[in-house]
Design a protein around this ligand. Sequence first.
Ligand code: NFE
Ligand code: MG
Length: 576
Amino acid sequence: MTERLVVDPVTRIEGHLRIEARMDGERIAEAYSSGTMVRGLELILRGRDPREAWAFAQRICGVCTLVHGIASVRAVEAALKGAIPPNAQLIRNLMIAAQHVHDHVMHFYHLHALDWVDVASALRADPKAAAALAQRQGQWPLDSIGHFTDVQKRLHDLLKSGQPGLFANGYWGHPAYKLPREINLIALVHDLDALAWQREIVKLHTLFGGKNPHPNLVVGGVASPIDLDSDTAINARKLAQVQDLIQQMREFVTQVYVPDVLSIASYYKDWGERGEGLGNFMSYGDLPARGAEDPASFLLPRGVILGRDLRKVHELDLDARDQIEEYVAHSWYRYQDGNAQGLHPYAGETALDYEGCGGVPPPYQQLRVDDGYSFIKSPRWRGHVVEVGPLARVLLLHATGHRQTRELVKMALRRLDLSSQALFSTLGRTLARALETQILVDAMQTWYDDLIANIKAGETKTCNQDLWDPVNWPARCWGVGYMEAPRGALGHWIDIENGKIANYQAVVPTTWNAGPRDHQGQPGAYEAALQDRHQLHDPARPVEILRTVHSFDPCIACAVHLVDPQGAGQVRIRVQ
Ligand code: NFE
Ligand code: MG
């Protein structure tokens, strides 16, 4: 039997994603990933002042709220060849790492957990036994019988209320759920604990950037002056608050998040055998040590791994015109010189072409996969399809000998009784995300200590204002600002002419992972992963598709930038 399965919209993600699968019996034979909303934010940046680009670019997404701002100011700094002060690097590191910690924990508990955790089963758990088990897993002060009993009752009341909110339409009771009742309850209690925790820890962004989401940034450094004698600048009280927040992050990650991931993973070890897909991984690298500019000092290394071969890390050059290229052969765009070629982001074009979908906007009955079927482009590195994100970063850390990574990976695989091959999978992606959160939250303390040491030594500069005067700028310059966002490698390429933006292109993590097939028919990372040994227990309730797609942590808002070329909104919601 051959039939087409459609999951649209995929929920518990950011943005709008459609997955179509051509089924061969219970097996996914071919998968197609489609971003169903249009991109175009790059177009409204043209002609603007490069110093304000970050404030527009940052609005690409409300989830990874910091990262497009960072990539943007770095792009302008790269074009102007301007260095930023060491303190600014350290503060950016702290802000970037805080974004990862926040984002990864929220992703696990609020977007991904319900693919593995059965709410119906949690209602039948013994709260006393669950609290005792949680106490053995980690030291978290809220893990008490009273709290567990209370949360279970609240869940019960919510589900009975007829308005179960985020628990509506789940596949509760699906036989693919394998956790014991008590572990289901632990995950749901920690889901609510994580909500309260995240409200606190985002304050790190408000201390250094005035607000969250979308903290303030500035070309040349960070928007927070350091002055221990001022009430409004970063002073001793605020620095103590930052230290406290780092400790709160560390406590939750070490005592709750990592133990929960390991405990839940131990019941889903078979997911260490499916959902890999490509076996190619890429990271741009990020997080310089001690405020250095030098990529050699990055905590997260740069490079490409091909065909699972961790012995060889391929060098990557974001400026080289023949390395990173975006293809649109199966996207709803048109390149001036034809869609068979790829374009480097410096020469990137963003012209819509609906022809491939018959000129009809979404939703579609069925994607025409021989033509265009997505608003996401297909980026490639030297023609290779690569996966980006936490798994790519952890593999690169491992391949380059990062000791803590090797110890954490060894510990996790031993606890789960899995071989290292299990990393290349749906489970591996979710595990890597938790392990990298541990690595980042530990590194935050080092950057904080370095920042304090600089301040004690009298070094308080946080911005290089020499970059601000366009009189000093060359008539024409280019630059790429890159970083590792929670979902993976992020680059903004800027072309500045006579003080204005001549061209701007963002290639974001979810573009790499969620993009459609390219001109050679090579599937994107989601597509390849779904085509990798997926049997559906019940095609009417395809929880297996959600597990693998969510393991990438999709953000389609990032991937398609939600504004049309005229700047008009694409969605009209009618309230009845
Ligand atoms: Ni909108 Fe984003 C991250 C970026 S995703 S969440 O992380 O950049 O592709
Ligand atoms: Mg782009």
